[in-house]
Design a protein around this ligand. Structure first.
Ligand code: PHE
Length: 339
């Protein structure tokens, strides 16, 4: 039995030198220590030994067992280290490789126009005010002095939720909200979405963007309005831009005007861009109607104000010479990547 044990140890040693992976080691373990393992078999035979021999062989068997186990364990460490090294070698990262290109996004042209306008007006001391897109009829029409039979009030022009709520048709209700909540002096711009029941075509969209301006204070005059807007278009389109104010009608301003700028492509000579007129219409404006001030609890004898409103999308189309408003809302990346 002693010889058997020694022979077992020798053959185990020999086997283990050839071990190449952890699976093989597992097999060796089973071969000797498993239920039907060689060492297990010897242990089972121990009962047959004499009293004197049993402890000696028992001790030897234990020694052989620990030696084989130690060998297996140290081999396992070795193999694990090798396997890790192999894995690392096959997964090396070449840090000198140039990085993959990543596409950098940009701001939507409408957002760029909006940012430009906000910058210009913040520079003139305005602050930005916002209001809800779901508005009351009161804020959108009544308080803005809109006559009860004004066409914009009709179901065919405006999206109504019910007789009191609608999708705002312009950003002008923000004027009302601002005046109700603040005492003059007031100096705000309010950019945002507006909604009208327009058929979609190259120049119309049922959802579009406006930016509104409102100034209320003592001694605010039409001259201030003109000076402000002249300055604004010069920053936006260039120093040589001229403006023209044509009388117009808005319920909430009196007097009211539409403002044209001289065509910045042909400098007023007339071209395809301006429809040969030399002028391009860009906004509506006027002196805040006394009724509107009164509706908002502001004394029209003491305070006056001016307001203006323009289509942001239209400005974007003009500025970037884009021929169709739908392009701004389709979000085709091939189009947007040009800006
Ligand atoms: N609210 C007007 C519109 O939507 C624009 C406007 C605003 C006109 C303020 C005058 C003063 O057409």
């Amino acid at each position: 039995m002693k010889e058997k044990l020694q022979a077992m140890l020798e053959s185990a040693k020999a086997e283990l030198t050839t071990a190449a992976d952890s699976r093989f080691l597992q097999d060796v373990k089973v071969k000797y220590f498993g239920k039907k393992g060689e060492l297990t078999a010897i242990m089972k035979e121990m009962g047959k030994l004499s009293k004197e021999e049993r402890p000696k062989i028992g001790q030897l068997a234990n020694e052989v067992r620990t030696e084989i186990e130690d060998l297996i364990n140290s081999k396992l460490e070795e193999i694990k280290a090798q396997e890790l090294e192999k894995k690392l070698a096959s997964e090396t990262i070449d840090v000198t490789l140039p990085a993959k290109n990543f596409r950098r996004g940009g701001l939507h042209p409408s957002t760029q126009t909006l940012n430009t306008l906000i910058d210009i007006f913040l520079g003139m001391g305005y602050t930005v005010a916002e209001g809800p897109e779901v508005e009351t009829v009161k804020h959108n029409f009544d308080d803005l002095n809109s006559p009860i039979d004004h066409p914009s009030r009709s179901e065919s022009d405006t999206f109504y939720f019910n007789s009191e709520l609608l999708l705002r048709t312009h950003t002008s209700p923000v004027q009302i909200r601002t005046m109700l909540a603040n005492k003059p002096p007031i100096k705000i711009i309010s950019p945002g979405r507006a909604f009208r029941k327009d058929e979609i075509d190259a120049t119309h969209s049922p959802m579009f963007h406006q930016i509104e301006g409102l100034v209320v204070g003592e001694n605010v005059t039409m001259t201030d309005l003109k000076g402000t807007l002249n300055e604004f278009v010069k920053i936006l389109f260039g120093e040589d831009i001229k403006t023209k104010f044509r009388p117009h009608y808005f319920p909430f301003t009196e007097p009211s005007a539409e403002m044209d700028v001289s065509c910045y492509k042909c400098h007023g000579k007339g071209c395809k861009f301006c429809g040969n007129s030399g002028w391009i219409e860009i906004l509506g404006c006027g002196m805040v109607h006394p009724n509107v001030l009164t509706n908002c609890g502001i004394d029209p004898e003491k305070y006056t104000g001016f307001a203006f409103g323009m289509g942001l999308d239209r400005l974007t189309l003009l500025k970037y010479e884009i021929g169709d408003i739908r392009l701004l809302f389709e979000n085709d990346i091939r189009f947007l990547a040009q800006f």
